[in-house]
Unconditional design. Structure first.
Length: 304
């Protein structure tokens, strides 16, 4: 049996998988036949040490004589863990902080449109060592403009709207400002910077910004255009809405791709009505969008 074969090759820990009632694969019997059998790990294996492994693939090669066999084991890591970048300590510190202090859609945060040295916005201690220079692994940064975007995203998540705004404005706004300084023309990070700019102004909520409520966020989504992460954002929204007919209907209005204008409208509706279910849903979609944009910008920062 498969149990005995695995035991023979000292893979006793896999016998736990074969004991699951739905994991009873048939071993091929013909010579020179290759069999690839995929298993989903049982929930009991979802420990911290195994959190990145979601499946096991067993490859059994039968040879002549039939009694001999070679068993190869491969663990397939979680898709996100496999594709996601290896974040620097500064980025990981912020993400660890966000586990206990997740981003939330609120009625708004006042912005002051002042340079950093004039700001008095209270930020958590984890922001003390945060800067464009500390967000990359030492010696790995290839594009300093993207480091401004990454740092801006981290400041945004920590409540530093002005800090984020000051970092990304020069990359996507063609005129000098008293808070961001001179523009950086032709930056490869302009699109991601515009996206962060939109997230910043959406976080203003019902506070009157430069151009009213949510209007500035819509403007910067327009400047962003279609972003590569939009399909993944919609996919995340679909998963978050699954099983709730009301939320599923809201997501269906986007069509085949995430529509930031429609999402901003839902955020405004949630805040106006103080609908907690809708606020929670919007918060989690915002969190997914933020994570996807962070990963995208971080990869571009380190891209050769």
């Amino acid at each position: 049996t498969l149990k005995r074969r695995l035991k023979r090759y000292h893979l006793n820990y896999l016998s736990r998988v074969s004991r699951e009632r739905d994991l009873r694969p048939k071993i091929p019997t013909s010579p020179l036949q290759e069999s690839k059998m995929n298993f989903n790990l049982p929930p009991s294996w979802s420990s911290a040490s195994n959190s990145h492994f979601k499946s096991v693939r067993i490859v059994l090669y039968r040879t002549v004589p039939p009694a001999s066999a070679v068993v190869m084991l491969a663990c397939s890591p979680d898709a996100h863990a496999a594709k996601g970048p290896k974040y620097s300590p500064a980025v990981r510190a912020v993400m660890d902080y966000l586990k206990d202090h997740p981003m939330q859609l609120t009625s708004g945060t006042m912005m002051y449109y002042e340079p950093n040295q004039d700001l008095h916005t209270p930020l958590p201690a984890v922001a003390d060592s945060l800067s464009p220079a500390t967000v990359s692994q030492q010696g790995c940064m290839k594009d300093s403009d993207f480091s401004l975007v990454v740092a801006g995203l981290l400041y945004l998540a920590l409540g530093g709207l002005d800090h984020a705004h000051n970092l990304v404005t020069p990359l996507c706004w063609g005129s000098p400002t008293n808070y961001g300084g001179k523009p950086v023309r032709g930056s490869a990070a302009a699109k991601d910077a515009a996206h962060v700019h939109a997230l910043v102004h959406r976080s203003e909520g019902f506070c009157e910004g430069e151009f009213g409520r949510f209007s500035n966020a819509n403007y910067w989504y327009g400047a962003t255009g279609r972003h590569e992460i939009f399909p993944a954002v919609l996919d995340a929204a679909c998963k978050l809405a699954a099983g709730n007919s009301r939320l599923e209907e809201i997501v269906a209005r986007h069509g085949k791709e995430f529509d930031p204008y429609k999402f901003n409208s839902v955020c405004s509706q949630a805040l106006s009505s103080k609908d907690q279910e809708l606020i929670n849903f919007c918060s989690r979609v915002m969190e997914a969008e933020w994570n996807l944009l962070l990963e995208h910008s971080y990869k571009n920062m380190n891209k050769a």
